[in-house]
Design a protein around this ligand. Structure first.
Ligand SMILES: [Zn+2]
Length: 95
C-alpha cells in the first residue's frame, strides 16, 4: 500500500480493527502517524496508524512527512458541516 494515497476503506478498517496500515498486524504502542506539515499542525492525520518500525520504513521513502508517536488516538468521522470531508485520526498524547 502506498502511504501517499490512503484509501478510505483501508483507513476505516485500520481504525476499527486497530491494525497497522502498512503490515496489517495488530497495533501495540507506540502508535505512529505519518503526515504532512499541515496535518501535524492540525493534529489530524489521514493516513492509517502504523507500528513504529513500519512508520520508519515508510518515512525513509517519504522523508518530507512528519512522524508522530502517540499512545493512542481518536478516530474522527466527519459530520455534514465538517470542512474536512475525510475520516481522520487525532493522536491523544504525543510521545
Ligand atoms: Zn506494521
Amino acid at each position: 500500500m502506498s502511504v501517499g494515497a490512503p484509501d478510505r476503506r483501508t483507513v476505516v478498517r485500520c481504525a476499527l480493527a486497530r491494525v497497522c496500515g502498512h503490515c496489517g498486524q495488530s497495533l501495540g504502542r507506540p502508535i505512529v502517524f505519518l503526515g504532512d506539515a499541515e496535518e501535524d499542525a492540525r493534529n489530524a492525520f489521514h493516513r492509517p496508524p502504523l507500528h513504529a518500525s513500519c512508520a520508519v520504513e515508510l518515512h525513509e521513502r517519504e522523508p518530507d512527512l512528519v512522524l508522530v508517536r502517540t499512545g493512542g488516538f481518536e478516530f474522527v468521522r466527519p459530520g455534514g458541516e465538517d470542512p474536512d470531508p475525510e475520516p481522520r485520526f487525532v493522536p491523544n498524547s504525543r510521545l
